[in-house]
Write a protein that binds this ligand. Structure first.
Ligand code: HEC
Ligand code: HEC
Ligand code: HEC
Ligand code: HEC
Ligand code: HEC
Ligand code: HEC
Ligand code: HEC
Ligand code: HEC
Length: 427
């Protein structure tokens, strides 16, 4: 019994090593010859010793790189990873120095246009500052200057910064920072993480263009853009017919024959019809929809025109201007609803019923959710065609939260102060 088991084990081990040998042979660099979109091309990516060795130690990375436009164009591992000895992330590596974490400065060597557009957007430093507060940049005049160069940086919100501080880095490293790191300040003085949308090492257009890429961050009760999109006619077209669209089409030349319905990228980033490609995602927006009370953006008329040009590729002029008229009216109406509750909170503050700290009384949470979750969701739902989000996850929840606020206000006033209980602030 025992010996036969040993025999089997021996045979098994022998078989394993044969499989392993064949595997190793196939993992020679010449074995990686698949090009973008599954076409077979010769791997001209160069890479020499890096590719040779990494095909054994991390074949996944070599395979991904081999499928990329970078490999086709002769961009090598060294182009992105090899650095000088004094680089902040340099590690000595087989006779040279490599950085594990190329930054947007690496990409800027060849893609300066995209990096500069990105730097103008709220995806850059404003995303980081939204989380940490502007204090995080105070020791660096260079980053502060880059931050202040973003015209649409908007208004800071200390309420959420206090949540960030309250939770602490043990938690926020896996939470806020995973999403807001898209605009992180890097130790080499550059800003942002292009890998947030362009997964390494394939850098596939199809991947960056699909809405699931945005889903990494634009999801959840406070900014459910992905869920809204799924419900919209555009999202339905994508889910049902998207497999027939031209995901790898040359950037800057996209038309309705490539994309017969809109995606997040088509509306916010892609060159489509008469609009050029942009990595400044604010370029086509007219409102600060994410704010407590939405205001117009600087240059909002031109921004709205750019977005409407995208819509016009598929919809009539009248359809689009009627839609904008109605969505503007809804935005103002949601502002009014938030203002009513804001007034009530200000009164309670004045009467001494609220502590100055955010998030230490239940009523703080109720008001926060009223605008930060439900108010924003109602606006996003309307602008991006998700009626269930405008209605049941939006305005209905706002009305419910407002009723809770009035009840909580009555209770606070009854218990703690002479002021008469009153729901008048609500209407
Ligand atoms: C002789 C084999 C060999 C060669 C040649 C080689 N590497 Fe590596 N490399 C490795 C191994 C092994 C690791 C560690 C892998 C692990 O931790 O799983 C590694 C790790 C790395 C890392 C991650 C470093 C870290 O600290 O996490 C990078 C980046 C890298 N290599 C890039 C390169 C580049 C670029 C070249 C060509 C200039 C290169 N390598 C050449 C074997 C090699
Ligand atoms: C277009 C630029 C680019 C090219 C080309 C490139 N890399 Fe990378 N690589 C990156 C970026 C960006 C990261 C992630 C940086 C971060 O985590 O912030 C990375 C991460 C890595 C890592 C560490 C993370 C991990 O997943 O293990 C290794 C190892 C690595 N690359 C090896 C290679 C090898 C080998 C090649 C060539 C076959 C290569 N890279 C080609 C940009 C590139
Ligand atoms: C050494 C130059 C070089 C570096 C560094 C470089 N790229 Fe590229 N990249 C190219 C070239 C060349 C192409 C192919 C031609 C083109 O589309 O411009 C390309 C294409 C791309 C594409 C389009 C892919 C396609 O299928 O058309 C993306 C996305 C991209 N790069 C992202 C990045 C990112 C992100 C970085 C930094 C992590 C980076 N690149 C670093 C040279 C570079
Ligand atoms: C799942 C990803 C994700 C997480 C986690 C996340 N955020 Fe955000 N945050 C976003 C996105 C996406 C927006 C943009 C919403 C919009 O414009 O519609 C945003 C917007 C904001 C804004 C408003 C923008 C501004 O500049 O006023 C602030 C402030 C903010 N987040 C702070 C935080 C803080 C603090 C945390 C952690 C306590 C956090 N976020 C966690 C993705 C995230
Ligand atoms: C918010 C997601 C997002 C981020 C962040 C992002 N990109 Fe892109 N990128 C895209 C999308 C989507 C496309 C495809 C545009 C299209 O449909 O034509 C693209 C296309 C590109 C292209 C090909 C453009 C062309 O005209 O050939 C390059 C190069 C590129 N990105 C580089 C970068 C660099 C460098 C960074 C970091 C500064 C970056 N991207 C950050 C989403 C992103
Ligand atoms: C890694 C997380 C992440 C990914 C992935 C991401 N975003 Fe964002 N996005 C953010 C954050 C964080 C903000 C909020 C920044 C702020 O307002 O301060 C934001 C803001 C925006 C804004 C509003 C900008 C403004 O000026 O108010 C738009 C539009 C946007 N993103 C579109 C997209 C699209 C389209 C994609 C996918 C192609 C995408 N994003 C992918 C994190 C992300
Ligand atoms: C049909 C075009 C269209 C599609 C598809 C679309 N959006 Fe939008 N998006 C808009 C319009 C229009 C606005 C509001 C514009 C304004 O303010 O004038 C908007 C607003 C936004 C905002 C709010 C920015 C702020 O002010 O806070 C974010 C973030 C955003 N979209 C992300 C996404 C993401 C992520 C997807 C995909 C899951 C997506 N969008 C799909 C057209 C679109
Ligand atoms: C690439 C083409 C394309 C673009 C760009 C596009 N749409 Fe659409 N849109 C469609 C298609 C296809 C439908 C589904 C039509 C149907 O329901 O029969 C649709 C439906 C709609 C609907 C619902 C219409 C209805 O009758 O129920 C609205 C509202 C809408 N789009 C608004 C917009 C706005 C606003 C923009 C620009 C911000 C935009 N669309 C951009 C293709 C597009």
């Amino acid at each position: 019994m025992f010996t036969s088991r040993l025999l089997w084990l021996g045979l098994f081990a022998a078989a394993l090593s044969v499989v392993f040998l064949i595997g190793a042979l196939q993992l020679r660099p010449e074995g990686f010859q698949r090009g973008p979109a599954g076409t077979r091309i010769a791997f001209t990516g160069g890479g020499g010793a890096c590719v040779e060795c990494h095909a054994r130690t991390s074949p996944g990375i070599v395979e991904q790189h081999a499928r990329s436009a970078h490999a086709v164009e002769g961009v090598t591992c060294q182009d992105c990873h090899e650095v000088r000895e004094d680089h902040f992330a340099a590690v000595e590596h087989y006779g040279t120095f490599v950085a594990t974490t190329p930054t947007s400065a690496t990409c800027a060597q060849c893609h300066l246009t995209e990096v500069n557009q990105f730097l103008r957007s709220r995806h850059a430093l404003p995303a980081w500052v939204a989380m940490t507060g502007v204090e995080a940049l105070e020791n660096s005049p260079e980053f502060m200057a880059l931050y202040e160069q973003v015209e649409e940086r908007g208004i800071l919100d200390p309420v959420r910064n206090s949540l960030f501080a309250m939770e602490g880095p043990e938690i926020t490293r896996f939470a806020c920072a995973e999403c807001h790191g898209i605009g992180r300040p890097n130790p080499d003085g550059s800003v942002g993480n292009c890998t947030s949308c362009h997964l390494r090492h394939e850098y596939s257009l199809e991947q960056a263009r699909k809405p699931e890429t945005c889903n990494a961050c634009h999801i959840g009760p406070d900014h459910p853009q992905f869920e809204i999109y799924e419900e919209s006619p555009h999202g339905i077209a994508y889910a049902t017919m998207g497999h027939t669209w031209h995901w790898e089409a040359e950037p800057g030349t996209l038309t309705v024959s490539d994309f017969p319905a809109a995606t997040c990228a088509i509306c916010h980033i892609s060159g489509f019809g008469r609009q050029g490609t942009t990595h400044d995602v604010g370029e086509r927006l007219s409102w600060f929809l994410h704010s407590e009370i939405s205001e117009r953006r600087p240059g909002w008329q031109e921004n709205a025109m750019r977005m409407q040009q995208v819509c016009h590729e598929c919809h009539s002029q009248r359809f689009v201007s009627d839609f904008y008229r109605d969505a503007d009216i809804l935005t103002v109406r949601i502002n009014e609803m938030v203002e009513e509750s804001q007034t009530l909170m200000a009164e309670l503050q004045e009467e001494g019923h609220l502590t100055p700290e955010p998030f230490d009384q239940i009523i703080d949470f109720e008001y926060f959710e009223l605008w930060h979750h439900w108010g924003r969701t109602a606006k996003f739902g309307a602008w991006m065609q998700g009626p269930d989000y405008t209605q049941w996850h939006g305005v209905y929840e706002m009305i419910r939260s407002a009723a809770h606020l009035v009840e909580a206000a009555t209770e606070l006033r009854g218990h703690h102060a002479p002021a008469a209980a009153s729901g008048e602030a609500m209407r």
